[in-house]
Design a protein around this ligand. Structure first.
Ligand SMILES: [Zn+2]
Length: 305
């Protein structure tokens, strides 16, 4: 069984969901992030948060995958300050929703004062709502930005055991491990972190607190990246126990902290029934035959295909 704890599924197709389920992915977490272009009003955020906690959750379920999300104002759009204020005001109504497992993606993009304010306000919100945090680390000045983010979390007394620092690489792993955080690694095809490099990190640092994700979205990315990395690690002789931690157990441990994400959701799942409607909408198009089946998988199965 595999969990992909960072997947922007609203950008992906039903083929992706089918392939992910076939590869053993039982659950995904969809972090709130930016859309490729800036939103111009708070209503767009409200609808987006509703979508990732509503219809997308339904859509995933129609293919036998349990869907959770994180809610937050991303650092890029925190730079539109009047809009950021309005978004921060509406966040609380989404934080207690069913299926919300953390606040995120929070952090820095260009490391501006506006980003800093939004980050600090949201760390306090996460404490208030007893939610873990998913941190997006910047692509530019990654190492410095990652250290700064951890300093800010510490200033606010946020418990590292309730926080995932995401998008790590060889440059950041040591510092983040030392400070006691969970570490996300996004496996992108061709560039940045590939499956090979990930396997080497697990061999060198061990599996404790390391979490593999695909970060698949509207860009060049691979929704099967976690499954492929698991397979590669198995081929290289990484133990099944270690693989299970980095593609399943660690994600469940931290994102299960607020009780919304539970193993029983996929061990004793609701049946797939594609006759089901969400606000009158179906995933099926004219005349297609609905899938109606009981999913459910044995507990110890790590299916890597
Ligand atoms: Zn993301």
């Amino acid at each position: 069984m595999i969990i992909d704890p960072h997947a922007h599924m609203i950008s992906r197709t039903t083929d992706d969901y089918e392939a992910m389920a076939k590869a053993g992915i039982v659950a995904v977490i969809e972090p709130a992030f930016w859309l490729g272009q800036a939103r111009t009003n708070v209503g767009s955020f409200i609808d987006y948060f509703s979508l990732i906690s509503g219809f997308e959750r339904f859509r995933a379920g129609q293919f036998g995958i349990r869907h959770y999300c994180t809610i937050g104002l991303n650092p890029k759009e925190a730079n539109n300050e009047p809009l950021a204020e309005a978004v921060l005001d509406v966040l609380p109504r989404f934080l207690a929703k069913e299926g919300v497992v953390a606040m995120g993606e929070l952090g820095y993009d260009e490391q501006t004062p506006a980003e800093d304010r939004a980050l600090r306000a949201q760390i306090e919100l996460a404490k208030e709502f007893d939610l873990p945090i998913m941190i997006h680390t910047p692509h530019r000045d990654k190492h410095a930005g990652t250290l700064r983010t951890m300093d800010v979390l510490k200033e606010h007394n946020f418990d590292p055991a309730r926080c995932v620092i995401d998008h790590n690489n060889e440059e950041t792993i040591r510092d983040v491990l030392e400070r006691g955080y969970w570490l996300g690694f996004s496996i992108y095809p061709q560039t940045k972190m590939g499956s090979e490099r990930m396997a080497v990190l697990v061999e060198n640092y061990g599996p404790e607190r390391l979490i593999v994700n695909s970060a698949c979205d509207w860009g060049v990315s691979d929704p099967l990246a976690v499954a492929k990395t698991a397979r590669l690690m198995a081929q290289r002789g990484v133990s099944a126990e270690a693989i299970r931690k980095v593609v399943y157990g660690n994600a469940l441990a931290v994102y299960g902290l607020n009780g919304e994400m539970r193993e029983e959701h996929w061990l004793a799942p609701a049946p797939i029934d594609q006759r089901t409607l969400y606000e009158g909408n179906s995933v099926l198009r004219g005349g297609q035959t609905p899938r109606i089946e009981q999913p459910g998988r044995p507990v110890d199965e790590l299916r890597i295909t």
